[in-house]
Design a protein. Structure first.
Length: 87
């Protein structure tokens, strides 16, 4: 089917997904992980960009997105370049 903004709201919006990712990071830190990166495909890349905007560069040291999913920002009337500037 067609991809529309409704596919990325509710439980799938970054505001709801990032707390789950941050719980995982807390568990990783408790296990001794001090630096990490992400590889995000499609939707995961978009979430990774939002995570990069929140997490210190001394912890989250790299990210890769082999997909143009940052363009999902446009669904929410946000500029993808603005998100990119935060990482």
């Amino acid at each position: 089917g067609e991809i529309t903004p409704k596919n990325f709201v509710g439980p799938w919006c970054p505001e709801n997904v990032l707390p789950m990712v941050e719980k995982l990071i807390t568990a990783m830190k408790a296990a001794g992980v001090r630096r990490y990166g992400y590889l995000g495909f499609c939707y995961g890349g978009w979430i990774g960009m939002h995570l990069s905007a929140k997490i210190s560069g001394s912890e989250l040291v790299c990210g890769a997105i082999p997909h143009p999913s940052i363009s999902l920002e446009g669904f929410f009337e946000r500029n993808p370049a603005d998100l990119g500037a935060k990482v």
